[in-house]
Design a protein around this ligand. Structure first.
Ligand code: FE
Length: 147
């Protein structure tokens, strides 16, 4: 049953037309197995396993798949979850937010608006000023340090 729900969720995400639109085989070739699993198969990296949950440097986080700018270090905070967390994307158009009822949970998934990469989820228990917690997978992001 869970498998069926998962397939349906993936199918509906792929029905959206993105500016960067590659085949599954092309993404597989371009990405590491971990990045492919998270961004194209809606996976989740293990907590505290990624490169960025404890990154405190100044800079910009871009999409690991297409390079679109997604978050800045100015809105990053220590959530204690083991995943890089932000209270706001770099702008409203950078990400798509969709209901995600997979695995019996009522969550909102966050996707790169340019290529459809699954990035993570957003929750309502974040800090001020937004009260939001964008809980991202490190492997779905690439950090570009400020000069
Ligand atoms: Fe992208």
């Amino acid at each position: 049953m869970i498998g069926l729900v998962f397939l349906f969720a993936v199918g509906s995400a792929q029905s959206i037309k993105f500016a960067v639109n590659k085949t599954d085989a092309e993404w597989k070739k371009q990405l590491s197995p971990e990045a492919y699993e998270v961004t194209r198969q809606e996976g989740t990296e293990a907590a505290y396993s990624g490169a960025y949950w404890d990154n405190h440097k100044k800079g910009i986080y871009v999409c690991a798949c297409c390079g679109q700018e997604l978050f800045t270090s100015d809105t990053k905070f220590d959530s204690g979850t083991g995943w890089p967390s932000f209270w706001q994307p770099i702008n409203k158009k950078a990400v798509l937010e969709q209901a995600d009822n997979s695995f019996g949970m009522d969550r909102t998934k966050v996707t790169c608006s340019r290529c459809g990469a699954h990035l993570g989820h957003v929750f309502n228990d974040g800090p001020k000023p937004t009260g939001l917690r964008y809980c991202m997978n490190s492997v779905a992001l690439r950090f570009i340090p400020a000069k």
